[in-house]
Each structure stands twice: as structure tokens, then as C-alpha cells.
Write a protein that binds this ligand. Sequence first.
Ligand code: IPM
Ligand code: MG
Length: 357
Amino acid sequence: MRRIALLRGDGVGPEVVGQAVGVLEAVGARIGQTFGFEEAPVGGAAIDVEGLPLPPKTLELARASDAVLMGAVGGPRWEGLDYGIRPERALLALRQELGLYANLRPARVFGPLAGASTLKREVVEGIDLLVVRELTGGIYFGQPKGVERLSDGTERGVNTEVYTTPEIERIARMAFEVARRRRHQVTSVDKANVLESSELWRRTVTRVHRDYPDVELSHLYVDNCAMQLIRAPRQFDVILTTNLFGDILSDEAAMLTGSIGMLPSASLGGRVGLYEPVHGSAPDIAGQGKANPIATILSVGMMLRYSFALDAAADAVEGAVAAVLARGLRTADIHQPGTTLVGTAEMGAAIRAALPG
Ligand code: IPM
Ligand code: MG
């Protein structure tokens, strides 16, 4: 039995995780695999009961599991809290404690949704790219950090972008390895024309690339990459970048596909992988059965692929999502005239039913 920790979190998290669990169970029944689920509170839900976004028991459960499935954290109720105990801290702590240095965020445009993007159909049709974001280093964690009061009464806020060669090497290897399973093309994104840490990034990625002569490597400055993503997004296969640049570029890439409600993610690097939708807790529609469960369902697909090496099962999940979209079923975020509006549970049920026998 494979043990999966369920961290449903806040807002729409519990609803979308519920549908993803249903899909996982249905897949398991078809391929003779059993998945055991254990739950623990995280984010605002954990703050409410334990006073902390990531209680020790939740971390223990995650550590003892074979994979973690997470919903979303955060919401207006907890926004006034001190920085150190905000719901988002749970995510950062989980990434660090589980050693999840690699964040894989695929952005793929499903054919039937090419018209749902704010960009022209001919620009986005066929997009299939993967952002490989460094997740436990850079300015998110670098020292020194903080806000200090100066003697003249003004304040000074500091965060520091720091990367060491081992940190760059391992994420670069991850990007080259996944590129080998795709179209063999890596674009490394930095700001080497201005930042010293980026100069080291570019030099190190170039050195690691010598071990992957079958993969094509190019470099882009982050501002140019942001522009190219809008101008000609199909040029990209794997985008390799730092924690902060990856945070920004992955949201941009998400919007190319029409809705952030479609995008899954995997965080890898330690023994236990963490899988979650890229979208947030969407408190405005929480509990209404309206949320799009596809990002979380596709995250379960990534779990099957990356944690359990069940590639055929992962393909089956992706195929079922594509089939349901082709039939015209749409949640509100991707609804267009001429398609059928469904809720969270209906979408989940349709995807389960579309799994190959
Ligand atoms: C993301 C989110 C997080 C991040 C926040 C919620 C801490 O934006 O996963 O992209 O910045 O990494
Ligand atoms: Mg983000």
C-alpha cells in the first residue's frame, strides 16, 4: 500500500482534494494498487486548531508518507497575522523540511481550451512547456533578511539572493533529466547582466550541461523571457530558473493556458514528493462546489508519474481530463458559450468515468 498524506488546507482546497482522491482510488482499482490516505491540518485550518500553520504532527505525517497531496492555503481571515505564522509559511516550511528543491510546473494548452486564453488562439495552441523552478534557495531563504529600524527613525528591509554551486548543479541536473523525457530543450533564465548570483547560475548551468550533450541549452534574461512567453510561447520546452523568477514566470505561463485552475505541480528532491495545484485557496468561491478540480487531479497524475513511476496510470489520468474537456464539460473558470457548465463534483465524476477500463 502506498501511503498518501492529505493536507487539504483552506478555501477550495478540501473540495478539489476530494475529487483528486476519488480519481486516485479509481485509477488504483483499475491497476491493482491501493492507496491509503491520512489527513492532517495545514495552513489557516491548522492555525485555527493548533495555532501554527504547520503543526509538528502534520510535518511528521508528511515525512512518514510516500507522497503528499495538498490543496491550498490562505485566506482573508488569516491575513492580519504575523509574517512568521501566516498560512503560506506552511508551504515554505514543508518545502524546506522535505528537501523539495525542485518545483515542476507544466503549462499545457488542451486543444479544446485554446480559445479560453486571453491571448490569440494561434499563439497559444499547442503550448506544452515545463517550468523547473528552484524551490529551497535564492531570495526566499537567503540571509541576511529582515526589517530593522535605523537610528534616524527610518526603516530598512533586506532580503538576499544567494545560490551556491551545489544548489545550482542539482536543479540544473533535474532540468536536463526531465528534458530528456520531453523535447530535449532547456532554456535557463537569469539576470546575469546585472546580478552576480545570476552570473554564477549561468556559468554553473553551462558546466553541468556538458554532461547532457543530447539536450540543447540556451540562456535568456528574465525580462526577455517574460516577453517571449507572451510573444511566442511555443518556443519553450523546459524553462530552468531560480525560486523568485520561477514564481513569477510560472504564473505568467499559467495564464497562457486560459485558467490557473488547470495547472498541476510537483515538488521533488527529497524522499517524499509534494503535489498540489498551482492555484490558491480562492476564498470567494470556497464551499460552493464551483472550483475547477482539474489542477489537483492532474497533480495526482504527476504523483503517479514521479513518486510511483506508474506512467501508464498517469497517462490515463491526463487522457481522461482531455476526453472530458473534448466532450465540452467546463467548470465556471473555463466556461465558454456552447459548452456545458458543471460543478466540482460533476467534473470529478466525469473524469473518473472517462478513465480507461
Ligand atoms: C507559489 C506561491 C508561494 C510561493 C507562496 C504562497 C508562498 O506563490 O507556490 O507559487 O511564492 O512560492
Ligand atoms: Mg506563486
